[in-house]
Design a protein around this ligand. Structure first.
Ligand SMILES: Cc1cc2nc3c(=O)[nH]c(=O)nc-3n(C[C@H](O)[C@H](O)[C@H](O)COP(=O)(O)O)c2cc1C
Length: 158
């Protein structure tokens, strides 16, 4: 399993969709915070989800999630999926993306790369543990982030 990317810009500049659930019930949202690396001897992807997101409910419920990347032409779609909540509208249908059920999770046909992740660990980013003074601005009145680490068990390319 091989994946080469510019890790410091792939989430930040390209953005991704974080999806959890199964073909009958799933949710997706845009993420631009994330990481990839190694822990416990396994290849992993890490994402950060505010507890207020509808996707958070699926991340807690499910044992798997996917992180998928898209060609530039989908930037607008990712913008919508990152500003509307699946709680308030059927944003999956509104997005025009085609859901693709996997054995354990869901991604979209339009993705150029999908990392299929098995949830291994989650933990709240507790304010009292944040030592970076620049981070405070992300939490003035906003819900905290939970960190999810998933083992990358498959990489699906278009
Ligand atoms: C470019 C971009 C990046 C985002 N990155 C994150 C992120 O890393 N973590 C997060 O919790 N929310 C992030 N969001 C916000 C969610 O995508 C947004 O609140 C979304 O509407 C949540 O949908 P949901 O309620 O259906 O889960 C991002 C939004 C945009 C536009």
């Amino acid at each position: 399993m091989k994946f080469e990317t510019d890790i410091f810009s792939v989430f930040d500049k390209k953005w991704a969709l974080l999806t959890a659930g199964n073909k009958d019930s799933f949710n997706t949202m845009t993420v631009s915070w994330g990481g990839m690396g190694t822990i416990w001897g396994k290849p992993v992807a890490t994402v950060y989800v505010r507890t207020s997101r509808y996707t958070h409910e699926f991340m807690d419920r499910e044992g798997y999630f996917t992180v998928s990347f898209y060609p530039e032409e989908y930037r607008k779609v990712l913008g919508v999926l990152g500003s509307k909540s699946g709680r308030d509208m059927d944003k999956m249908n509104a997005s025009g993306l085609t859901a693709k059920a996997l054995q354990e999770s869901v991604t979209f046909e339009e993705a150029e790369i999908t990392l299929v992740c098995r949830k291994m660990f989650m933990q709240r980013l507790e304010r009292s543990n944040i030592t970076d003074p620049d981070a405070a601005k992300f939490y003035s009145g906003d819900a905290p982030h939970d960190m999810y680490i998933g083992e990358v068990v498959d990489i699906i390319r278009k």
